[in-house]
Design a protein around this ligand. Structure first.
Ligand SMILES: Nc1ncnc2c1ncn2[C@@H]1O[C@H](COP(=O)(O)OP(=O)(O)OP(=O)(O)O)[C@@H](O)[C@H]1O
Length: 301
């Protein structure tokens, strides 16, 4: 469990994080979503005790990160995959971390396997591609077998196979009852991984919602020459009907039900289409204002 309460961070004139309050619960992947510069990394750094908040608190398992005994066993994080000594091999990097955190040596081989790095464990980290570095960062995060995991843009630099791997890994970790917070600026990516969403824009909380609730209930587009018959029948059956999109737009009724009712009324249908707002659209709509203000700010400087 991660608890963020009234969290703020100011960098000079920039209020990077502005009064954020949210919980991250175990058992599901929580997506931390927002456009570039929304304050995701800064929030994660404060949760991990790497930046001091200007105001508010962030706790992990009930305590500020700095007061957690054996933090690597409690919290694993991938923030900056490049933060590895380039001349050290992947295995030595993990062995160093294991030693300094009193973790067993055998765990190093386990996480190398989990991250798909066994074959390249003897190679220097400096020769790694971005994708391999991401995998090494994830191996390090898993080293202490922690109950809480924090990943900042983990799919960055991964190839398609790597992206599928990380999605599956995050879902498996959550299914084991762990708390998993993962940031992204890509709604589509989150839609495939997360069960819950925290959406931020310009440092402020925009939405804290189950992913299913994030999609507006779909509407159905009906093109028919018999609108005069069908529209009142739909309304009488409890649907909301308006004209638009070149036909009738029906809300509050499933496509199948609209089709059945049209058949019963003898209405000819030219088209019957489910209009489902995509998650991407829902995200754009939610964050549009915060992005626009960003552009205005930039122009004013
Ligand atoms: N150390 C710093 N000094 C000054 N400003 C900073 C610092 N770190 C972040 N910022 C500013 O704070 C704001 C939030 O940045 P942050 O990196 O947290 O956003 P983000 O949502 O993680 O974005 P991205 O997806 O681009 O990484 C930005 O305006 C950024 O320029």
């Amino acid at each position: 469990m991660i608890e963020v309460r009234g969290l703020r961070k100011r960098f000079g004139p920039v209020l990077a994080v502005d009064d954020l309050t949210f919980d991250v619960r175990p058992g599901t992947v929580t997506g931390f979503l927002g456009p570039n510069g929304a304050g995701k990394t800064t929030t994660m750094r404060m949760i991990l005790g790497l930046d001091a908040p200007t105001g508010g608190t962030a706790t992990v398992l009930g305590a500020p990160y700095g007061r957690i005994p054996a933090p690597m066993r409690a919290v694993g994080a991938l923030l900056d995959a490049g933060a590895v000594h380039p001349r050290r091999t992947a295995r030595d990097h993990l062995l160093c971390l294991a030693r300094s955190n009193a973790l067993p040596r055998r765990r190093v081989e386990e996480v190398l396997g989990l991250a798909g790095l066994t074959a390249v464990a003897g190679r220097r980290a400096g020769t790694f591609s971005l994708g391999m570095s991401q995998r090494l960062g994830i191996a390090a995060a898993l080293l202490g077998d922690p109950g809480v995991l924090i990943f900042d843009e983990p799919v960055n630099g991964l190839d398609p196979e790597g992206i599928v791997w990380i999605r599956t890994l995050m879902r498996d970790l959550a299914a084991e009852g762990r708390t998993v917070l993962v940031s992204s600026h890509l709604m589509a990516e989150m839609a495939l991984t997360a069960g819950h969403l925290i959406v931020v824009g310009r440092g402020r909380l925009i939405a804290d919602t189950a992913i299913d609730a994030f999609v507006r209930p779909g509407e159905v587009l009906v093109r028919t020459p018999d609108a005069a018959v069908l529209a009142p029948a739909l309304t009488a059956a409890g649907a909301r009907v308006r004209a638009g999109e070149g036909g009738l737009v029906v809300g509050g009724m499933a496509t199948e039900e609209v089709g059945r009712l049209a058949a019963a009324e003898g209405a000819v249908l030219y088209e019957l289409t489910a209009l489902r707002a995509s998650l991407e659209e829902a995200f754009m709509e939610l964050t549009r204002e915060s992005v626009e203000y960003g552009v205005l700010d930039g122009a004013a400087r």
